[in-house]
Design a protein around this ligand. Sequence first.
Ligand SMILES: N[C@@H](CCC(=O)N[C@@H](CS)C(=O)NCC(=O)O)C(=O)O
Length: 332
Amino acid sequence: MTPYVLHGLNPSPYSVKMRAILRYRRIPFVWQATGNPREAALAAGLPPVIPVLVFPDGTAMNDSTPLAHALERAHAGRSIVPDDAAHGYLSDLLEDFGDEWVTKMMFHYRWYYEADRAFAQDWVVTSRDPVMPEAERRAAKQAFNDRQVGRMAMVGCTEQNRPVIEDSYRFVLDTLDRHVRSIPFLFGSRPSLADFGLFGQLQILSVDPTPMAEMRARAPDVYCWLLRLDDASGVDGEWLDPSRPLPPTLTALLAHCAETYLPFLAANTRALQDGAAEVAVSIGGRPYAQAPFRYQAKCHDALRKKLAALPGEVRRRLDPVLEETGCIHYLG
Ligand SMILES: N[C@@H](CCC(=O)N[C@@H](CS)C(=O)NCC(=O)O)C(=O)O
């Protein structure tokens, strides 16, 4: 059988997220991680973002969330969508929190502190081409640094937002650390889409020097969870029992989502509807501001539509959780 080909890079959070999903699901693939993987997207007429997954029939796709769902349709067994639809929705919500909010932490730490910026330049440039003439390598590092630092404000990584982003990183570390000390993954002893969404960003944060030091000191079990999840092809577990209350660490993560990511998401949607130049919102009593982001309005819309489409029996079990954690205000 022709294997899948995953075009990505080791320093790319969404690339390592997809790689971990393919490994856990035991779907044979080739990890194509040198050169410029963006060319695979352009060649297929896709938006120039990585990773790109080429299916055995030659079809190429990018965007990790629809990709994960396409793999669910294509392959039975070892699903990463919890069997219970209420847990499935919460897994989608936490995956989105990882992809769209924790990514701000990833981008902030990578490009804010000197040591991280220096390391990221080497890591990205050598991932593309490990052996380069010195002058070319220096120029490539500088060009990549300037491009990414130039994008920081666009994704909300500003001095004003720094306390919100760094505090949120610490909260996620502390809460997830407590969680994985009693339950191996977010929704049981097998990983869900939520685990992989958080994994993508936190795996990068576990390598870049400043957030790595913080993670190892503060949340060693999160660091070990990341190592386990990177290749979980040997894990055979069970979902949490949906008739039991959710673990308090999971409700704490959802409540944090309702205090940080979701108010931002709702304000972003409003700003785009109003044609405003800025999203301005108070998060944990602190001001947070950035330019509106169209892709995240799509994420918000998708979460709201998914919730609205759930049958009454599922809503009766799910709504109390969304109410208790405060998420419902932004999703109804
Ligand atoms: N929503 C996409 C995001 C993918 C993404 O943003 N990838 C980054 C690299 S990790 C990228 O290609 N950015 C465009 C660029 O750097 O030009 C996904 O889940 O795959």
